[in-house]
Design a binder for this molecule. Sequence first.
Ligand code: SF4
Length: 101
Amino acid sequence: MFVSEAVDATGEALEVWIDQDLCTGDGICAQYAPEVFELDIDGLAYVKGEDEELRAEPGATVPVPLPLLTDVVDSAKECPGDCIHVRRVSDRVEVYGPDAE
Ligand code: SF4
């Protein structure tokens, strides 16, 4: 069970979502952070909650567990589809991913 959630430099909680429309299904994210990302039977990656249930709704998010922040950020950096988005919960500003400033 996750004990804490990742925060950005200002202490804000972070969450992550995947744009399945751009996912190539290569599975890199699921290798980096299998606790957060998983390929479903459709061959695309989805975020996974603490309950280990995949969130199949478009744009669905899960909290980023603090111990997994590096793995989640590395997944976003390496994602061939540029479709992993990490954002602040409070204002939905992307902090890691293709739309981060
Ligand atoms: S790394 Fe990106 S493109 Fe690859 S399976 Fe994960 S979300 Fe899809």
